[in-house]
Design a protein around this ligand. Sequence first.
Ligand code: PAF
Length: 285
Amino acid sequence: MKVFATGKEIREHYRIHELRQPGLVPTMGALHEGHLSLVRAAAECCRMVAVSIFVNPTQFNDPEDLVKYPRTPEADLQMLSEVLRENDFVFTPSVEEIYPESDTRVFDLGEIGEVMEGAHRPGHFNGVAQVVSRLFDIVRPSAAFFGQKDYQQLTIIRELARRHYPKIEIIACPIVRESDGLAMSSRNKRLLPRLRERAGEIYRTLIAAAAMASDFEPSEIKDFVADRINMIPDFRLEYFEIVEDATLKPVASVWEMSPEKSYYGCIALWAGEVRLIDNIEIGLR
Ligand code: PAF
């Protein structure tokens, strides 16, 4: 595996090896098994894989969150060296490489950018769209791999690609969970041990909520989730929303739901000072 910090080095690599258009796995580092599952999926279908590691400042609506975001560069490269092949590469750009000048682009993401994370983290998805488009422009991948844990982000990137990068295939990979069900996330590293012990309750609550879908109204399921999460000491629910998969339109009544469509129950919560998100597919029986 190679490590490059600039687009120039990447272009030179493509020229020397007469290879182009890798499968791209964009990350912000602090890698875990969830990221590695994306890298393995990319290696299975692409002759060359690129993994970017870049903590993107423009997607942090809270400056303190940017400072506290975990950074483990040596461990990341060590993990990647065990799965990447000779001509695969890691792209570790500086802020100046990604944003030679300040990025003032505003992406009109429509309603999919306004609900859930969009409502609670203003500007977040515009920053995600900025960095992903810069990565697409520099790396020029044939496909890009994203985890389903960030379900809304995935939907937004699909829309970004549909509008601006129609030749890049967006591939969604399943959520990877710890043995107690907690969705793997770089932010889990920041959980205090006593909060980490309680965090398996998040997925158990999502499973219970999904099982209620055919018999209860979304408002009742939301109350159930809020009660169960807020009952865990030092946990606080930010939102739980049942949304239609592609449009992310929140479902107001069970009568709006169709057995032919897919729905997701999406949750955001605070465990102490750490904000976690997760989701579960919800079907009607
Ligand atoms: O999901 C992430 O880690 C980030 O939002 C992404 C897609 C790498 C963009 O910075």
